[in-house]
Every structure is written in structure tokens, then in C-alpha cells.
Design a protein around this ligand. Structure first.
Ligand code: SF4
Length: 260
């Protein structure tokens, strides 16, 4: 089974514990992970790429340690299924960025010190596990992404200022110069803490003038449920009333009267 050596499985559990996966409504369970891995290892997969996020709303140290626990479990499942220890596990962890038109658009992003602390904690846990390679998304880049994700039109001045300082092709880490970006933010008097912090329910949001279909009421309801760890079933078989049908933006229901 020579070709099997190259078989690589990509999987995104996103969070290290079931509690946190429920918060983000990731509809997979420990059992799903276990069964999926066993099946894949049984047919020859020897490399696993895992994607997680840190800094998710309500995340605790226990959830971060849960990422390492999930990795250990997957390695153990491999050994148990194949009788071999030559598994390669690539663990990639990005930082959660609250995005507009999602239930987490009101949530805070963790600050840079906290990003570093959680990354280090996980590094210590993963480092001793044989065959594991850990990579993480830069904290500075994540803060910038958080700022631009929920910032308003005033950030255009930051873009121009950073460009004039020489910022260009910043998506490539070798070109990214965080000092220039943070200097531009300072020059333009951007309140980083405020932009990356939590938003009040009734606070105007920079994208309020765009009607995306999905209503704020629905997003707020989902946000509250998420914080309680209550999941919402995918709307494949039953409409959850998000509001998208109202504008014909729902692929399943073209008209509102058909949706609810
Ligand atoms: S079926 Fe359409 S309108 Fe209903 S919840 Fe899903 S996306 Fe929204």
C-alpha cells in the first residue's frame, strides 16, 4: 500500500472541547471525530491536518488544553487502528476574529497578550507529542484583521497612511511589517481596544446600512443561545427564520411565505 503514505486527511474540529464546539454551533461530536479517524486510518491515511481556533467567545484554558487532548486522542486512535506510530499531525491554530453579520459580531476579540499566552500554553502541550507539527496565525496580524473586520469608513485613512509608510502585499508574512501598521493606527488615532472589544446590543454597527437579509434579531437570538452552549440545527430540513428568504437570498426558500 505504497500510495497510502501520501494520503492526507484535512479536518477542522475548530475547538478542543464539545462545550466550545456547541458554542460555535459546530455540529460534530467526539464520536464523529473518533469514527471518522478510525475509518480514515483503516484505509491508509497517515497524515492529518487539523484546524482549530483560539480566542473563541467563552473559551477557557480547559478548551485550549482540549486541543492537545484531541491531538493525543487522534494519535492514539491511529496507533490502535494500524499498530504503527508513524502518523504525522499538522495542527494549525488561527485566532478568532468576530465578523459582521454573524452571531458573534458583538463579541470581543482577545488582546495580543492573551493570544500569545494561549499560543504558548498550547505549544508546551503539543511539543512533546511525537509526529505533531504546530503552527499558529500571528497575533499582530490577527489584531489587524479584527480591526478591519468590524471597523468603519474612518479606517480608509489608516490604509492610505500604512501604504505611504510602505505597507504592501501584507498577506505574505515576509512583507508584513506590523510596526508600520501599528504606527499608522496611532497616527490616525484609532482606538484599537474599542474596535476589537465587545459591542453593546443596541450600539450602531458600521455595516448597519447594508441589508444582508439575515436580521439583527435573529443574530442576537443566536448569540445568546451560543453563549449558553445551545446549538441550532442546520436549516436544511426546517427553516430557522433567519430572514434571508425575505430578500430572496435563501437558496432553499425563494419567498418568505415559503420559509416559515
Ligand atoms: S432556510 Fe433560508 S431563511 Fe430559513 S433559516 Fe435557512 S437560510 Fe434562513
Amino acid at each position: 500500500m505504497e500510495g497510502a503514505k501520501r494520503l492526507s486527511l484535512t479536518f477542522a474540529p475548530e475547538a478542543g472541547t464539545q462545550r466550545l464546539r456547541n458554542v460555535i454551533n459546530k455540529n460534530i461530536t467526539e464520536e464523529d471525530i473518533e469514527n471518522g479517524m478510525k475509518l480514515a486510518f483503516g484505509i491508509g491515511y497517515r497524515t492529518v491536518k487539523l484546524y482549530f481556533m483560539s480566542g473563541l467567545p467563552t473559551e477557557t484554558d480547559e478548551d485550549i488544553l482540549g486541543i492537545a487532548e484531541t491531538v493525543r486522542k487522534i494519535r492514539w486512535l491511529y496507533i490502535q487502528t494500524t499498530g504503527r506510530k508513524d502518523i504525522s499531525i499538522n495542527v494549525s491554530v488561527s485566532v478568532f476574529i468576530p465578523k459582521p453579520v454573524t452571531p458573534f459580531q458583538w463579541a470581543a476579540q482577545i488582546d495580543m497578550d492573551e493570544m500569545h499566552r494561549r499560543q504558548e500554553m498550547l505549544k508546551k502541550e503539543l511539543y512533546p507529542i511525537r509526529g505533531v507539527h504546530y503552527s499558529w496565525h500571528g497575533a499582530e496580524m490577527s489584531v489587524l484583521e479584527g480591526i478591519f473586520a468590524r471597523g468603519g469608513r474612518d479606517l480608509s485613512a489608516v490604509l492610505v497612511c500604512a501604504y505611504k509608510k510602505g505597507c504592501y502585499l501584507d498577506g505574505w508574512t515576509e512583507y508584513f511589517d506590523e510596526k508600520k501598521w501599528f504606527a499608522a493606527l496611532e497616527e490616525c488615532h484609532v482606538d484599537v481596544k474599542k474596535l476589537t472589544g465587545a459591542r453593546a446590543e443596541n450600539e450602531p454597527l458600521a455595516w448597519d446600512f447594508i441589508d444582508f437579509g439575515v436580521t439583527k434579531e435573529y443574530l442576537q437570538k443566536e448569540y445568546k443561545k451560543a453563549l449558553l452552549g445551545e446549538t441550532t440545527e442546520p436549516c436544511k430540513h426546517r427553516c430557522n427564520g433567519c430572514g434571508a428568504a425575505r430578500m430572496g437570498k435563501c437558496r432553499q426558500y425563494k419567498k418568505e411565505e415559503e420559509s416559515c
